[in-house]
Design a protein around this ligand. Structure first.
Ligand code: ZN
Length: 238
């Protein structure tokens, strides 16, 4: 990555999960000052806001938490507290998981871009990923690129236009674990981050989680692949 970013600041979308925590460490390496922003939106696992706060404190990154819980009254998702199973299909599109929150990432990026402008940062970093595509349209590269164009069309701030970075976009989960290891935060990822859709904080080899929801399954499989590929000596193992 271009080292000229070392003089510029970034805002990272933080959720207390594996992806965003990896992005926080990545941003600290590549940018001057790093800020974090997290969202409360009535999610089942609202404990993630507390975890994001702990992680940001441990990394010495200032965090702004924004309440957008009105979205719970506006759109349909089984990710919200008090709703049903997250493993079935979404009521608006059965091909999409019920945990999908329509327009969530567009709203997140819009609010984050506003905050970035206020603190003088022109870079946004988000941990969305298309490789382990779960049917979330707003995790796709084409969405993020379109959002960047739309945000800048909405303001025309010229040299202060926002640039959105997605360092995890084309990584598999096992490569993401490897990236965390190279950034020196593998222990933090395994012991502190919470990615589980059910917000279960039971400790496993792959980190905290219920071990059964789609997010835990992905993380578990990724960790097993990571250990096999990088720590059993087959190809790049130590
Ligand atoms: Zn889980």
């Amino acid at each position: 990555m271009d080292t000229s970013y070392k003089t510029e600041d970034a805002v990272v979308l933080a959720s207390g999960g594996q992806d965003s925590t990896t992005c926080l460490a990545w941003a600290k390496k590549h940018f001057n000052k790093v800020y974090a922003i997290s969202f409360f939106y009535g999610q089942k696992h609202s404990v993630e806001n507390d975890i994001a706060k702990e992680i940001c404190e441990s990394m010495d990154i200032p965090l702004k938490t924004v309440d957008i819980s009105f979205i719970k009254d506006i759109v349909v998702s089984n990710l919200f507290d008090g709703t049903d199973d997250v493993n079935c299909g979404h009521s608006q599109n059965k091909d999409v998981p019920a945990s999908f929150v329509p327009y969530r990432n567009l709203l997140f990026l819009t609010v984050a871009a506003g905050w970035a402008g206020t603190v003088g940062a022109k870079h946004l970093v988000t941990g969305v990923c298309e490789t382990d595509y779960s049917g979330y349209a707003d995790c796709r590269d084409v969405f993020v690129k379109s959002a960047q164009v739309a945000l800048n069309m909405a303001t025309d701030f010229k040299d202060k236009n926002v640039v959105i970075h997605t360092p995890l976009m084309w990584l598999t989960k096992s490569e993401e674990f490897r990236m965390a290891e190279e950034l020196g935060i593998l222990d933090l990822i395994l012991k502190r981050t919470l990615t589980c859709y059910n917000g279960v904080q039971t400790m496993n080899d792959f980190g905290m989680g219920c071990g059964e929801c789609p997010s835990c399954m992905l993380r578990k499989r990724g960790y097993e692949e990571f250990m096999k590929k990088y720590h059993n000596g087959d190809c790049n193992g130590k």
